[in-house]
Design a protein around this ligand. Structure first.
Ligand code: SF4
Length: 229
C-alpha cells in the first residue's frame, strides 16, 4: 500500500442551488451595498414544527454558509430591498398577519437588526429558521427554529442550546436519529423530519418517535402536502 494516494469519495451535491458558493458570494456582494438580498417574500402557512398551521409571511434570504446535499431551496438572489423597503413589503404581502419568518438560505448571514426592530414596533412576532451556526442575540427574535447540520459542517453554536424554541433534524439515516436524540437532551421540543428525497426516511422517523415518545416528535412539510409554498 506504500505510496498509494488516499482517495476521499464525497457524495455528489444534489441540492437545489446550481452553484451554492457563487450564490452566496453574490448575496454577500449585495449585502455590502447596504441592501438585503432576498430570494422571495410570500404569504403562506407555516408548514413545519411547533408553529405548523399558523399564517406567516416568509422572507427568504439569499446565500448560505453550508451546501447540504439534500437542500431543497434555491438560494440565489432574486430581488433586493433596502431594510425599510423589506418591512413595507412584509406589511403589503401579509395584510393582517403579524407573524414573519426569516428563512433562507441562512438568514443570519445578513444584518436584520433594523428590520427586526421596525417589525417589533409594528406589532409583529418574528420567527427565524437557522442552521444554528451563527447566533444573533441582538435581534430579539421571538421564535428560533434550529435545524442543525453537523454532518454538513455546521457546528451548532452553544448559544442556541439555551435560546432555540425548537430543534428540527432532517433525517436520512440512523446517524441523524442519534444526533436528534442528543439534541433532545437540551430540553427543547425536538422534531425529526424525513428527508423528502429519501423514501426510507419516513418509516425511520416514525419508528424513532414511537421508541422515544418523550423526546422526539415528527415534523412533516405539510405545505408540500397542501401544494402551497
Ligand atoms: S443549511 Fe439549510 S439552506 Fe443551507 S444548504 Fe443546508 S439545507 Fe440548504
Amino acid at each position: 500500500m506504500r505510496g498509494m494516494a488516499r482517495v476521499t469519495v464525497e457524495k455528489p451535491y444534489r441540492g437545489a442551488t446550481p452553484d451554492p458558493a457563487e450564490a452566496t458570494r453574490e448575496a454577500m456582494r449585495v449585502a455590502k451595498t447596504g441592501r438585503l438580498p432576498l430570494v422571495e417574500v410570500f404569504y403562506s402557512l407555516q408548514g413545519e414544527g411547533l408553529r405548523t398551521g399558523q399564517a406567516t409571511v416568509f422572507a427568504r434570504l439569499a446565500g448560505c454558509n453550508l451546501a447540504c446535499d439534500f437542500c431543497d431551496t434555491d438560494f440565489r438572489v432574486q430581488e433586493t430591498y433596502a431594510p425599510e423597503g423589506l418591512v413595507e413589503e412584509i406589511e403589503r404581502v401579509g395584510g393582517p398577519c403579524r407573524w414573519v419568518c426569516f428563512t433562507g438560505g441562512e438568514p443570519t448571514l445578513h444584518d436584520l437588526q433594523s428590520v427586526c426592530d421596525a417589525l417589533h414596533i409594528r406589532g409583529y412576532r418574528i420567527q427565524m429558521e437557522t442552521n444554528g451556526t451563527r447566533p444573533r442575540p441582538g435581534w430579539g427574535v421571538d421564535h428560533i427554529t434550529v435545524s442543525p447540520k453537523q454532518p454538513q459542517g455546521g457546528r451548532l453554536h452553544p448559544w442556541y442550546e439555551r435560546h432555540a424554541a425548537e430543534f428540527k433534524y432532517v433525517v436520512d439515516g440512523e446517524d441523524d436519529l442519534r444526533r436528534a436524540l442528543d439534541g433532545a437532551a437540551h430540553g427543547r421540543p425536538t422534531f425529526v423530519q424525513p428527508n423528502a428525497l429519501n423514501p426510507a426516511a419516513m418509516s425511520l422517523c416514525i419508528g424513532a418517535v414511537q421508541a422515544h415518545p418523550d423526546r422526539l416528535r415528527l415534523s412533516l412539510q405539510t405545505h408540500k402536502f397542501l401544494h402551497i409554498r
